[in-house]
Design a protein around this ligand. Structure first.
Ligand SMILES: [Zn+2]
Ligand SMILES: [Zn+2]
Length: 340
């Protein structure tokens, strides 16, 4: 097999993607190469294409919600076989020997290598990763919609594990979009009583179908005040500034507001709201390989799946426009049908 890999790349910030071929060189001893079948389009792909976080390295081949089959394995890869179906998410590598890696928190490794920064991602015919970061997919999972679980899904699943959320807990989810509609499904299957906070009440029925017991308008402060002191855990999935003081009031004593949406503006958090009621504010980034495997297993068992819209990969710029316009319902998956 040739080491040339064709895909779609942004050659500079805010540019449309165009066909691009790179020489991937010899396969690393611990690497696998995956022929991509489906790849989710995540909001973080947009952020990296546009260099919103100042971290991008061009050319950028986006795509970090990869589903595909292994087509080559390095000489030191023992656990994965050619033909096996795997998923690759936000990271493709980590150091494997720091404290975080050794305790299964590889996503917190300071040397963790993102799939689409300084590495070419999944909007391509093939993509490479360290074998540990290529997560075997459960057979029961519907592969055409599984991609978004690998970044969007793990982002909202990990907090439930990290913070020991119990089935007796009452959980709120702020923002019912790509992340939020998955958070509702996970929290409901977890056994929690679930409250959705959405700016779009026209989606209330759909929101209940995803698992919300209650739907509250996030634009109506009086409605939010009615659920004051009711939640154990509030997951914020939006990336726009909100009235954080008001949202903190929805928490019970010992409650926690957990941020997974990349709000770029600093968040003013009043100390008094934390002190009275002993409340916490926290955040988390995706998850490590073990947590990814646990999430996929849980999703398969409870039939949790993102609601997706499909675009062929060669219409990737239309898909990006659709997402940037806020029209995605609720995640986008690119189908890797040739030719590239
Ligand atoms: Zn490490
Ligand atoms: Zn993502």
């Amino acid at each position: 097999m040739t080491n040339n890999i064709s895909g779609w790349a942004a050659l500079d910030a805010k540019q449309k993607l165009e066909p691009f071929t790179y020489d991937a060189g010899p396969l690393g001893l611990e690497e696998v190469e995956v022929a991509v079948e489906f790849c989710g389009l995540c909001h973080s792909d947009l952020s990296i294409i546009n260099n919103d976080w100042g971290l991008s390295k061009y050319p950028v081949i986006p795509g970090h919600e990869v589903v595909g089959r292994i087509v080559a394995v390095g000489d030191h890869v023992k656990e994965l076989k050619i033909g096996q179906r795997v998923g690759i998410g936000w990271n493709v590598n980590s150091c494997m020997h720091c404290h975080e890696c050794l305790t299964g928190q590889h996503n917190l490794c300071l040397q963790a290598a993102p799939t689409i920064i300084g590495h070419y991602g999944g909007f391509a015919e093939r993509v490479r990763s360290h074998w540990l970061w290529a997560i075997p997919l459960p057979n029961a999972l519907e592969i055409s919609s599984a991609g978004p679980l690998l970044c969007g899904g793990i982002t909202v699943f990990a907090p439930l594990l990290i913070h020991g959320i119990k089935p007796t807990d009452r959980v709120g989810v702020v923002g019912i979009g790509g992340l939020g509609h998955l958070a509702l499904q996970f929290a409901r299957a977890w056994g929690c009583e679930v409250t959705a906070f959405t700016s779009n009440l026209s989606k209330a029925e759909e929101t209940r179908a995803f698992g919300a017991h209650h739907v509250v308008s996030s634009r109506n402060n009086a409605e939010i005040r009615k659920v004051a002191n009711s939640l154990d855990f509030l997951m914020v999935t939006v990336n726009v500034p909100l009235d954080w003081t008001l949202l903190l009031k929805t928490l019970k004593p010992n409650g926690r507001m957990h941020v997974v949406g990349a709000v770029l503006e600093p968040m003013p958090i009043p100390a008094f709201e934390l002190i009275m009621g002993q409340k916490s504010v926290s955040g988390s980034p995706t998850g490590g390989p073990a947590m990814l495997a646990t999430m996929l297993d849980f999703a398969a068992r409870h039939h949790i799946a993102p609601q997706v819209e499909h675009f062929p990969l060669n219409k990737v710029n239309d898909a990006i426009g659709h997402l940037a316009a806020g029209k995605a319902r609720y995640r986008i998956v690119l189908d890797h049908v040739g030719p590239f």
